[in-house]
Design a protein around this ligand. Structure first.
Ligand code: ADE
Length: 231
């Protein structure tokens, strides 16, 4: 897979992808990542990339000219063009799985105050948000999305645990709590069942705990499955 990222802050997008599993995936040529500074496509003498809103209003928007030029230079025939923005559709694990099947992803990192809407209408295939909060720009959000996608690429996790067993592999259930040694730490014990060697009982315990954890931390996931309460 090849990923190109167009941003005013290439380092913010790249730095989180230079460690650990994602670094190894790049070293192993499973993925190639290039971040580009949008300013390189600005043509005026101040290399301006934003401007005031038409019709008035606070803040600045990213201008269309440099974004069109950058996308036209970097786009390939089968590229998926993604804008990271708080106005996007919520990015979930199923999106990571779907996007992991593409050959080329081209990310545009939004400005927190927005971008000219003609870019979205003419160039962007999908707008994605990583949550209901506003970051200073889309570069960090792009790094988050790239991490979630790249770890799913064949070979990226190496011998580590398969992504099939984790939270959101079943989109409506979180993972059960997990413990390691020592079995007794300051009197806080690992649940007996996990030390019993009874795989059937362990699986049953994990299912119950996964459900309890989901009910406590993400009741919305269970409601999505069961429908809204009737009374
Ligand atoms: N840019 C600013 N905030 C964002 C968010 N929550 N998700 C994606 N891109 C963003």
């Amino acid at each position: 897979m090849r990923i190109d990222i167009i941003t005013l802050f290439p380092e913010i997008a790249l730095a989180p992808l230079r460690e650990s599993i994602i670094k190894r995936a790049q070293d192993a040529k499973i993925v190639e990542i290039h971040a580009h500074n949008l300013r390189d496509w600005a043509t005026d003498k101040h290399r301006k990339t934003d401007d005031y809103l038409c019709g008035g209003g606070q803040g600045m928007l990213l201008k269309p000219e440099p974004l069109f030029a950058a996308v036209e230079d970097l786009r390939q025939a089968d590229s998926k063009v993604i804008l990271t923005t708080p106005q996007g559709k919520s990015f979930v694990q199923a999106d990571a799985q779907r996007l992991a099947t593409h050959h080329h992803l081209l990310f545009l990192c939004g400005h927190y105050e927005g971008i000219d809407h003609r870019v979205i209408e003419e160039l962007v295939d999908e707008e994605l948000s990583i949550g209901d909060y506003v970051l200073t720009n889309g570069a960090l959000a792009t790094a988050v999305i790239c991490d979630a996608i790249i770890r799913l690429l064949p070979g990226a996790l190496g011998d580590e645990r398969s992504p099939e067993e984790e939270s959101f592999s079943d989109p409506n259930l979180l993972e059960a709590p997990a413990y390691t040694k020592p079995a007794d730490f300051r009197g806080f014990k690992v649940p007996d069942v996990l030390l019993s060697g009874h795989h059937g009982e362990i699986d049953q315990w994990k299912r119950e705990q996964a459900l309890a954890r989901t009910r406590k931390n993400r009741p919305d996931l269970l409601e999505a499955q069961e429908g809204p309460p009737t009374s």
